[in-house]
Design a protein. Structure first.
Length: 270
Protein backbone atom coordinates (compact mmCIF):
# COMPACT_ATOMS: atom_id res chain seq x y z
CA UNK A 1 0.00 0.00 0.00
CA UNK A 2 2.68 2.51 1.10
CA UNK A 3 6.30 1.85 0.17
CA UNK A 4 8.98 4.20 1.44
CA UNK A 5 12.14 3.15 -0.37
CA UNK A 6 15.52 4.33 0.98
CA UNK A 7 14.48 7.98 1.28
CA UNK A 8 17.14 10.49 2.27
CA UNK A 9 16.96 14.17 3.13
CA UNK A 10 19.66 16.61 4.18
CA UNK A 11 18.82 20.19 5.13
CA UNK A 12 21.34 23.05 4.70
CA UNK A 13 23.72 20.73 2.89
CA UNK A 14 27.36 21.80 2.89
CA UNK A 15 26.93 24.40 5.63
CA UNK A 16 27.72 24.44 9.34
CA UNK A 17 23.99 23.93 9.91
CA UNK A 18 23.81 20.74 7.85
CA UNK A 19 21.32 18.21 9.22
CA UNK A 20 21.01 14.70 7.82
CA UNK A 21 17.38 14.30 8.77
CA UNK A 22 16.63 11.06 6.88
CA UNK A 23 19.42 8.58 6.20
CA UNK A 24 17.86 5.80 4.18
CA UNK A 25 14.39 5.07 5.56
CA UNK A 26 12.70 1.89 4.32
CA UNK A 27 9.12 1.15 5.39
CA UNK A 28 6.34 -0.90 3.79
CA UNK A 29 2.82 -0.58 5.16
CA UNK A 30 -0.05 -2.86 4.22
CA UNK A 31 -3.48 -1.50 3.36
CA UNK A 32 -5.57 -0.92 6.48
CA UNK A 33 -2.59 -0.99 8.84
CA UNK A 34 -2.43 1.52 11.71
CA UNK A 35 1.22 2.34 12.45
CA UNK A 36 2.48 4.40 15.39
CA UNK A 37 5.84 6.12 14.92
CA UNK A 38 7.95 6.95 17.98
CA UNK A 39 11.23 8.76 18.40
CA UNK A 40 13.00 11.49 20.34
CA UNK A 41 13.21 15.06 19.05
CA UNK A 42 15.39 15.06 15.93
CA UNK A 43 14.88 11.35 15.26
CA UNK A 44 13.30 12.06 11.86
CA UNK A 45 9.76 10.90 12.58
CA UNK A 46 7.98 14.12 11.58
CA UNK A 47 10.45 14.67 8.73
CA UNK A 48 9.51 11.25 7.38
CA UNK A 49 5.83 12.19 7.58
CA UNK A 50 6.53 15.45 5.74
CA UNK A 51 8.42 13.54 3.05
CA UNK A 52 5.39 11.31 2.48
CA UNK A 53 3.04 14.33 2.47
CA UNK A 54 5.18 16.13 -0.11
CA UNK A 55 6.08 19.10 2.10
CA UNK A 56 9.52 18.90 0.44
CA UNK A 57 11.16 16.72 -2.18
CA UNK A 58 13.49 13.98 -0.92
CA UNK A 59 17.13 13.95 -2.04
CA UNK A 60 17.04 10.26 -2.89
CA UNK A 61 14.71 7.27 -2.75
CA UNK A 62 11.04 6.97 -3.60
CA UNK A 63 7.54 7.06 -2.15
CA UNK A 64 4.93 4.75 -3.67
CA UNK A 65 1.30 4.96 -2.56
CA UNK A 66 -1.40 2.59 -3.81
CA UNK A 67 0.95 1.37 -6.59
CA UNK A 68 1.53 4.95 -7.78
CA UNK A 69 4.96 6.57 -7.56
CA UNK A 70 4.26 9.96 -5.97
CA UNK A 71 7.90 10.89 -5.30
CA UNK A 72 7.83 13.87 -7.68
CA UNK A 73 4.28 14.94 -6.87
CA UNK A 74 3.79 18.23 -5.08
CA UNK A 75 1.93 18.48 -1.78
CA UNK A 76 -1.30 19.72 -3.41
CA UNK A 77 -1.41 16.80 -5.85
CA UNK A 78 -0.75 14.28 -3.08
CA UNK A 79 -3.69 15.76 -1.14
CA UNK A 80 -5.96 13.83 -3.50
CA UNK A 81 -4.75 10.65 -1.81
CA UNK A 82 -3.58 11.80 1.61
CA UNK A 83 -5.45 13.24 4.59
CA UNK A 84 -3.46 14.93 7.34
CA UNK A 85 -3.94 16.30 10.85
CA UNK A 86 -1.22 18.53 12.34
CA UNK A 87 -0.02 18.99 15.91
CA UNK A 88 -1.27 22.55 16.09
CA UNK A 89 -5.10 22.60 16.43
CA UNK A 90 -5.09 25.85 14.45
CA UNK A 91 -3.40 24.34 11.39
CA UNK A 92 -5.22 22.67 8.53
CA UNK A 93 -8.31 24.89 8.71
CA UNK A 94 -9.37 28.37 7.62
CA UNK A 95 -10.00 30.13 10.97
CA UNK A 96 -11.99 33.04 9.52
CA UNK A 97 -14.43 30.72 7.76
CA UNK A 98 -17.35 28.93 9.35
CA UNK A 99 -17.48 25.28 10.34
CA UNK A 100 -19.72 24.47 7.37
CA UNK A 101 -17.44 26.32 4.93
CA UNK A 102 -14.40 24.43 6.21
CA UNK A 103 -16.24 21.13 5.84
CA UNK A 104 -17.26 22.11 2.30
CA UNK A 105 -13.60 22.76 1.46
CA UNK A 106 -12.67 19.36 2.88
CA UNK A 107 -14.88 17.69 0.29
CA UNK A 108 -12.94 19.51 -2.42
CA UNK A 109 -9.52 18.33 -1.22
CA UNK A 110 -7.20 17.90 -4.17
CA UNK A 111 -9.78 19.37 -6.57
CA UNK A 112 -10.44 22.82 -7.99
CA UNK A 113 -12.06 24.76 -5.20
CA UNK A 114 -15.06 26.98 -5.56
CA UNK A 115 -17.51 27.99 -2.85
CA UNK A 116 -20.90 29.47 -3.61
CA UNK A 117 -22.61 32.01 -1.41
CA UNK A 118 -25.13 29.48 -0.11
CA UNK A 119 -24.61 25.81 0.67
CA UNK A 120 -27.53 23.58 -0.35
CA UNK A 121 -29.72 22.28 2.49
CA UNK A 122 -28.88 18.63 1.75
CA UNK A 123 -25.19 19.44 2.20
CA UNK A 124 -25.86 21.24 5.49
CA UNK A 125 -27.86 18.25 6.73
CA UNK A 126 -24.94 16.00 5.81
CA UNK A 127 -22.56 18.21 7.79
CA UNK A 128 -24.86 18.08 10.81
CA UNK A 129 -24.92 14.28 10.58
CA UNK A 130 -21.11 14.21 10.41
CA UNK A 131 -20.60 16.53 13.37
CA UNK A 132 -23.31 15.23 15.72
CA UNK A 133 -21.39 12.09 16.88
CA UNK A 134 -18.67 14.36 18.30
CA UNK A 135 -21.11 15.20 21.12
CA UNK A 136 -19.82 18.76 21.21
CA UNK A 137 -23.03 20.52 20.18
CA UNK A 138 -21.38 21.78 17.01
CA UNK A 139 -24.18 20.57 14.73
CA UNK A 140 -26.16 23.64 15.86
CA UNK A 141 -23.21 26.00 15.38
CA UNK A 142 -22.20 25.32 11.79
CA UNK A 143 -22.22 29.03 10.95
CA UNK A 144 -19.70 29.84 13.69
CA UNK A 145 -16.13 30.71 12.67
CA UNK A 146 -13.94 27.70 13.27
CA UNK A 147 -11.26 29.96 14.74
CA UNK A 148 -13.52 30.70 17.72
CA UNK A 149 -13.61 27.06 18.83
CA UNK A 150 -11.49 25.43 21.52
CA UNK A 151 -8.39 23.47 20.51
CA UNK A 152 -10.11 20.14 21.13
CA UNK A 153 -13.20 21.08 19.12
CA UNK A 154 -11.06 22.31 16.27
CA UNK A 155 -8.85 19.22 16.27
CA UNK A 156 -11.90 16.95 16.23
CA UNK A 157 -13.28 18.84 13.23
CA UNK A 158 -9.88 18.77 11.50
CA UNK A 159 -9.90 14.99 11.89
CA UNK A 160 -13.36 14.83 10.30
CA UNK A 161 -12.14 17.04 7.45
CA UNK A 162 -9.01 14.95 6.85
CA UNK A 163 -11.03 11.74 6.60
CA UNK A 164 -14.15 13.07 4.84
CA UNK A 165 -13.14 11.58 1.49
CA UNK A 166 -11.66 8.38 2.98
CA UNK A 167 -8.06 9.03 1.95
CA UNK A 168 -5.73 6.28 0.77
CA UNK A 169 -3.43 7.33 3.61
CA UNK A 170 -4.06 9.24 6.85
CA UNK A 171 -1.12 11.10 8.43
CA UNK A 172 -1.41 12.15 12.08
CA UNK A 173 1.48 14.32 13.26
CA UNK A 174 1.32 14.37 17.08
CA UNK A 175 -2.26 15.57 16.70
CA UNK A 176 -3.04 15.43 20.44
CA UNK A 177 0.25 16.86 21.77
CA UNK A 178 -1.12 20.40 22.22
CA UNK A 179 -4.30 19.29 24.00
CA UNK A 180 -4.99 18.79 27.70
CA UNK A 181 -5.13 15.11 28.78
CA UNK A 182 -8.94 14.91 28.93
CA UNK A 183 -9.40 16.47 25.49
CA UNK A 184 -6.53 14.44 24.04
CA UNK A 185 -8.19 11.25 25.26
CA UNK A 186 -11.45 12.23 23.55
CA UNK A 187 -9.68 13.03 20.26
CA UNK A 188 -7.77 9.74 20.40
CA UNK A 189 -11.04 7.86 20.96
CA UNK A 190 -12.53 9.61 17.92
CA UNK A 191 -9.38 8.85 15.91
CA UNK A 192 -9.60 5.15 16.66
CA UNK A 193 -13.32 5.04 15.83
CA UNK A 194 -12.84 6.67 12.41
CA UNK A 195 -9.79 4.58 11.49
CA UNK A 196 -11.51 1.33 12.45
CA UNK A 197 -14.80 2.29 10.79
CA UNK A 198 -13.25 3.25 7.46
CA UNK A 199 -10.30 0.82 7.66
CA UNK A 200 -7.89 3.66 6.93
CA UNK A 201 -4.20 3.06 6.36
CA UNK A 202 -2.64 5.32 8.99
CA UNK A 203 0.75 6.67 10.05
CA UNK A 204 0.57 8.35 13.45
CA UNK A 205 3.59 10.14 14.90
CA UNK A 206 3.37 10.40 18.67
CA UNK A 207 5.48 11.16 21.73
CA UNK A 208 3.11 9.11 23.88
CA UNK A 209 4.36 5.60 24.44
CA UNK A 210 1.02 4.75 26.06
CA UNK A 211 -0.77 5.70 22.83
CA UNK A 212 1.70 3.63 20.80
CA UNK A 213 1.13 0.58 23.00
CA UNK A 214 -2.65 0.91 23.05
CA UNK A 215 -3.31 1.84 19.42
CA UNK A 216 -2.73 0.26 16.04
CA UNK A 217 -1.06 -2.94 14.93
CA UNK A 218 2.54 -1.79 14.53
CA UNK A 219 5.17 0.39 16.21
CA UNK A 220 8.13 1.91 14.38
CA UNK A 221 10.83 3.59 16.45
CA UNK A 222 13.11 6.03 14.64
CA UNK A 223 16.54 7.24 15.67
CA UNK A 224 18.93 9.59 13.89
CA UNK A 225 17.00 9.50 10.64
CA UNK A 226 16.71 5.72 10.46
CA UNK A 227 14.30 3.00 11.54
CA UNK A 228 15.78 1.59 14.75
CA UNK A 229 13.02 -0.90 15.64
CA UNK A 230 9.90 -2.21 13.92
CA UNK A 231 7.36 -4.24 15.88
CA UNK A 232 4.21 -5.82 14.45
CA UNK A 233 1.83 -8.70 15.06
CA UNK A 234 2.16 -10.62 18.30
CA UNK A 235 5.46 -8.92 19.09
CA UNK A 236 3.73 -5.54 19.06
CA UNK A 237 0.83 -6.82 21.17
CA UNK A 238 3.23 -7.95 23.90
CA UNK A 239 4.98 -4.58 24.18
CA UNK A 240 4.53 -2.50 27.32
CA UNK A 241 5.54 1.09 28.00
CA UNK A 242 8.48 -0.11 30.12
CA UNK A 243 9.74 -2.14 27.15
CA UNK A 244 9.77 0.98 24.99
CA UNK A 245 11.52 2.97 27.72
CA UNK A 246 14.22 0.30 27.88
CA UNK A 247 14.73 0.51 24.11
CA UNK A 248 15.13 4.29 24.27
CA UNK A 249 17.69 3.86 27.06
CA UNK A 250 19.54 1.31 24.93
CA UNK A 251 19.75 3.78 22.04
CA UNK A 252 21.04 6.52 24.36
CA UNK A 253 23.74 4.22 25.77
CA UNK A 254 24.82 3.28 22.26
CA UNK A 255 25.07 6.96 21.35
CA UNK A 256 27.30 7.61 24.35
CA UNK A 257 29.53 4.66 23.46
CA UNK A 258 29.81 5.82 19.84
CA UNK A 259 30.70 9.35 20.94
CA UNK A 260 33.31 8.03 23.37
CA UNK A 261 34.92 5.89 20.65
CA UNK A 262 34.97 8.86 18.25
CA UNK A 263 36.59 11.06 20.89
CA UNK A 264 39.21 8.39 21.65
CA UNK A 265 40.09 7.98 17.97
CA UNK A 266 40.35 11.73 17.59
CA UNK A 267 42.81 11.89 20.47
CA UNK A 268 44.93 9.13 18.93
CA UNK A 269 45.16 10.57 15.44
CA UNK A 270 45.17 14.32 15.96
Amino acid sequence: MLKINNIKKTFNSGTVNEVKALQGVNIEIDEGSFVCVLGTNGSGKSTMLNAVAGTFMVDDGSVVLDNTNITKWGEHKRAKLIGRVFQNPFSGTAPGMSIQENLALAFKRGKKRGLGWVLPQNRLNKFKTMVRPLNMGLEDRLENPIGKLSGGQRQALTLLMATALKPKLLLLDEHTAALDPKTASKVIELTEQIINRDKLTTLMVTHSMQQAVNLGDRIIMMHKGRVAYDFKGEEKKRLKVNDLLALFDELRRKDNIDQSVAAMLKEQYV
